[in-house]
Each structure stands twice: as structure tokens, then as C-alpha cells.
Design a protein around this ligand. Structure first.
Ligand SMILES: Nc1ncnc2c1ncn2[C@@H]1O[C@H](COP(=O)(O)OP(=O)(O)OP(=O)(O)O)[C@@H](O)[C@H]1O
Ligand SMILES: [Mg+2]
Length: 350
């Protein structure tokens, strides 16, 4: 597998960086009285990896379902490379948008290779009769499909398991197989719904490299994840969904530095929120009573307290100045050490 994480669009014929690949406008999805997604705009450009984060139940998967024809949005429009996507998932795949699922959807009793071949079928021209009558064209097409499927298995690191049954793969490898199957449809945009859920740190790191390599093939990526280290290491832009609405969108530093994001994850009041003033007064009073006679400066005490709410590990108390420098490449990784599976930017307690 290629591990070049610095270049973009290295594949000949890849779209020029900056072309809008996905353009979702005003997407709203209602289920009876519940509005799961409300008026969400989101674009993904060629060469980009865009993250979609938000607390459980925020509407992330529902939004993906609206993009991929599984749901027809109640309102709004989704365009792929300028064309409105059809409201059928197989047509969306044929148009060039592939996805993986939060709850893995493989054919458990088929082999690894067969699962990838299933993903390939939208790109094979040979028809029903050709397959039934085993016409020469069919054999040729089948051989080409197999070769491509094996290439993809090689790419995700599963070539040696091509003949294994999908259900016998460990969890992390099933997620990789889903990615290979999605890639088999030759997408221009790949949507990943929690690709590292259930993975150990090594597998997660390998998936990070895999996603960079997919981007380098000229495929734009939109990824949902709860693992903030993963998200902030990978993404050029991150959008935050909260209760179905897009709360913030920006680069890693912007999102990590936004107190509304921290508040949304932790359920804490933010400036201007009802009760924020009272909470601040209580915090100040507590800081005063708890300040030791010597050594610890007052300000540090109150900050440290806020940090403790934000994280249960020690590095959350990173100095403010560090958070301000978050646009440097190191910052997301440093932040991420403290944030896996919980809140983004815990070090930005300001
Ligand atoms: N088919 C459906 N019918 C009714 N309600 C639904 C349906 N699908 C999703 N919902 C509701 O929409 C809301 C958003 O759910 P969704 O699965 O999109 O959240 P999510 O952000 O992906 O959460 P998680 O991080 O836990 O995966 C939830 O309240 C959920 O119960
Ligand atoms: Mg989900």
C-alpha cells in the first residue's frame, strides 16, 4: 500500500484540485415529527478529505443516507459533479459515489474476493445473457473484474485472504474489505461511516494511511468518525453536526478552538447560552476557595478545573498558547492524544 501522505491527485486523469465533487444544499430529513437533519449545506472538493463529526444521534448517518439515495431528503438537493443525484442507491453508486456502512454490510458467506466482485458489478458491461450463455465477452470481462478486485485487495492489504469467507475475517479486516468493495465501483467520491469503529490503535493508524492513499488516487473523501485523533490528522475541513444542524465548519484548528463544539460534546453551557453566567460565577467562586496559598497561580487553577471536565487524561491541560498555534501540523495530533472517542479539542478550554 502506498503511504505517501503529502501529495494530492497523483493519479493521471485525477480531477483538478478544487473542483466541487459533492454539493449538498439545504438537506433536511424528517421522520414524522423528528427532524434528523436540518437544512445542511456541505461541499467536498476534489483532492479533499472532509470530516463530519457530532455527538451520537446528531444525524450524521442520516445525512449520508440522504447523499446516497437510501433516503430521499424531505428538502434540499444533492449534486455530484454538477448533476443532481438520482434517488436510488444503485444509481448513486453508478454515478460515482460509493460508501461504507457504520454497521458493516458484507455478504458473510461469500469469499473476500466475491464481495469485491459484487462491488464491481456496476462497472461491468456484460449483460445477463452474456453471463448465462458464458459468451467469450463474459469470460474476458470476468477475468478483468477479478484482476481489478485482486488489485484492490492488494491495496487494502487483504490479497492473501481473497478466498477466505468474509465472516471469518477479524472485525478490522471486514472494515477494510468494505472499503475495497466500495472502491471496486471506481468512485469519484467515497463516503466512510465510522471506518475505524472497533479497531485497535494500530489498525486505526493503518486506516489513516489507507485513506490518504485513496485521496492520492484522486478520490474525494467524506468521513464520519468519533475518533478525533483520526479526524484531525486526516481532514482538510471538518463539519460539526449537532441535533441535525451544522454548527461549525472549518479546518482542524478552527473546529477544535470553537467552544460551541466542546459544549455540544460535553453538554456544557457556552458563552451566551442560558445559565452560562451563573456557571461562570460558580466556577470563579470555587476557584477562589480552592486556590492554594502558594505555588499555583489563580488562573491556572480555574483552567485546570475546566480541563478536568473535558478529559479524564492528563494532557488535556495543554497551555492556551499551544491551542492558539493549532494550525501547525503538529497541533491536531497533539490534541488528538487526548480526545479519542470523546470531545474534540479538549485542550481548547477557553
Ligand atoms: N429511519 C429512521 N426512522 C426514524 N428515525 C430515524 C431513522 N434513522 C435515524 N433516525 C433518527 O435520526 C436521528 C439521527 O440518527 P443518526 O443515526 O443519523 O445519528 P448519527 O449522528 O449517525 O449517530 P451515531 O454517531 O450514533 O451513529 C436519531 O434520533 C435517530 O433515532
Ligand atoms: Mg451514525
Amino acid at each position: 500500500m502506498t503511504t505517501d501522505t503529502t501529495t494530492q491527485d497523483t493519479t493521471p486523469g485525477a480531477p483538478a484540485t478544487g473542483e466541487t465533487v459533492l454539493d449538498a444544499r439545504g438537506v433536511t430529513m424528517r421522520f414524522g415529527g423528528l427532524t434528523a437533519v436540518r437544512n445542511v449545506d456541505l461541499t467536498v472538493n476534489s483532492g479533499e478529505i472532509v470530516g463530519l463529526i457530532g455527538p451520537n444521534g446528531a444525524g450524521k448517518t442520516t445525512f449520508f443516507n440522504c447523499l446516497t439515495g437510501l433516503y430521499i431528503p424531505t428538502e434540499g438537493e444533492v449534486r455530484y459533479k454538477g448533476t443532481v443525484l438520482p434517488p436510488k442507491s444503485f444509481k448513486v453508486t453508478a454515478a460515482g459515489v460509493a460508501r461504507t456502512f457504520q454497521n458493516i454490510r458484507l455478504f458473510a458467506n461469500m469469499t473476500v474476493l466475491e464481495n469485491v466482485l459484487v462491488g464491481r458489478h456496476t462497472r461491468t458491461k456484460e449483460g445477463f445473457w452474456s453471463a448465462v450463455l458464458r459468451l467469450p465477452g463474459f469470460h474476458k470481462a470476468e477475468a478483468a473484474s477479478r484482476a481489478r478486485a485482486m488489485e484492490l485487495l492488494e491495496f487494502v492489504g487483504l490479497a492473501d485472504k481473497a478466498e477466505h469467507l468474509a465472516r471469518n475475517l477479524p472485525y478490522g479486516e471486514q472494515r477494510k474489505l468494505e472499503i475495497a468493495r466500495a472502491l471496486a465501483s471506481d468512485p469519484g467520491l467515497l463516503l466512510l461511516d465510522e471506518p475505524t469503529a472497533g479497531m485497535n490503535p494500530q489498525e486505526t493508524r493503518a486506516t489513516e494511511e489507507l485513506v490518504f492513499a485513496i485521496r492520492d488516487m484522486g478520490i474525494a473523501i467524506l468521513v464520519i468518525e468519533h475518533d478525533m485523533r483520526f479526524i484531525f490528522n486526516l481532514c482538510d475541513r471538518v463539519a460539526v453536526l449537532v441535533q441535525g444542524e451544522k454548527l461549525v465548519e472549518g479546518d482542524s484548528a478552527t473546529v477544535q478552538g470553537d467552544e460551541r463544539v466542546v459544549a455540544a460534546y460535553l453538554g456544557e453551557p457556552f458563552e451566551g447560552a442560558p445559565g452560562a453566567e451563573e456557571a461562570a460565577e460558580v466556577a470563579a467562586a470555587e476557584a477562589e476557595t480552592e486556590t492554594p496559598a502558594v505555588e499555583t497561580p489563580e488562573a491556572e487553577t480555574s483552567e485546570a478545573e475546566t480541563s478536568e471536565v473535558a478529559a479524564d487524561d492528563t494532557e488535556a491541560e495543554a497551555p492556551e498558547a499551544e491551542a492558539d498555534d493549532a494550525e501547525t501540523a503538529d497541533a491536531p495530533a497533539a490534541a488528538a492524544d487526548t480526545t479519542t472517542d470523546t470531545a474534540p479539542g479538549k485542550e481548547n478550554d477557553r
